[in-house]
Design a protein around this ligand. Structure first.
Ligand SMILES: Nc1ncnc2c1ncn2[C@@H]1O[C@H](COP(=O)(O)OP(=O)(O)OP(=O)(O)O)[C@@H](O)[C@H]1O
Length: 256
């Protein structure tokens, strides 16, 4: 199988006042990989996600997705370019049904404007039916089709996380960026999440994963980068990173 680079990011710096939150961070993620980003609290992982998804502007850095430069200047532009993300703190539309949440995600890829939808043009109606169908398929794919019509805030925590992933997948992303998807999950939910991520990978998607659960990261990721105080201190295969002295010192040897 010929390996292709999907995401290449080089030389990212980001400063908040006196704090250098990211120092010369670079990653190269190959198509179809699950790539992990780990590090102790405050290491800069979420800041890096926010930079690559357009929520924060980097001070420096170059960004390439599938061989094309992209400019992470605004979240909707990033979604159009083919990156979808979830958040550390779940951000669903709580009063909307599970199905509606996924349909909203799908709208990034649709053609009829808001006006078409409002006026219920024939083409808009047809597109809406297609969106609904695809959204149902995605709910089924993540394993919560039976809750399609349930108001999303009444879903269990694990199912809300699955719903967030379904909504992100609805944009047909080339890269799915997950910010601590296992946070707050019990062991059974984590196991199910792991299976879901393996299934998403099997569909040919590329995943960038921030995760605190080291066992999950080590078992799932093809490669990973470790950040500490905003600096990359190791990069490579999980088995090698696990043995790296700087990593053990900074992270694995501590709370884990
Ligand atoms: N908007 C901001 N303004 C000022 N400082 C910020 C901002 N966002 C993040 N920081 C700081 O940047 C550093 C990196 O934070 P970040 O949230 O990226 O770390 P993290 O690795 O994701 O941590 P955690 O594992 O706890 O989520 C921290 O010191 C944090 O306080």
């Amino acid at each position: 199988m010929s390996e292709q680079v999907l995401l290449q990011i080089a030389g990212v710096n980001k400063r908040f006042g006196g704090l250098q939150a990211l120092s010369n961070v670079s990653v190269k993620i190959m198509q179809g990989q699950i790539y992990g980003l780990i590090g102790p609290n405050g290491a800069g992982k979420t800041t890096f996600f926010n930079v690559i998804t357009g929520l924060y502007q980097a001070d420096t850095g170059s960004f390439e997705l599938a061989g094309k430069p992209y400019s992470p200047s605004a979240p909707h532009e990033v979604a159009k370019a083919g990156i979808a993300r979830t958040f550390q703190n779940i951000r669903l539309f709580g009063e909307m049904s599970a199905l509606e949440n996924v349909m909203v995600g799908r709208h990034v890829r649709t053609h009829q404007g808001v006006l078409g939808a409002v006026l219920h043009h024939k083409a808009a109606r047809k597109e809406e039916a297609e969106i609904r169908k695809r959204a149902m398929e995605l709910l089924d794919f993540v394993g919560i089709a039976q809750f399609a019509n349930r108001t999303s805030r009444y879903l269990s925590y694990g199912d809300q996380r699955r719903l967030e992933i379904a909504r992100a997948l609805a944009t047909d992303p080339q890269l799915l960026a997950l910010d601590e998807p296992a946070a707050g999950m019990n062991a059974t939910e984590k196991l199910a999440l792991r299976e879901l991520l393996v299934k998403i990978k099997a569909e040919g998607k590329t995943i960038l994963l921030i995760e605190h659960d080291v066992k999950l990261v080590m078992g799932l990721c093809d490669r990973l980068t470790v950040l500490d105080y905003g600096k990359p201190i190791a990069e490579g295969l999980p088995a090698d990173v696990q043995k790296n002295a700087a990593v053990i010192e900074a992270y694995l040897g501590g709370a884990h």
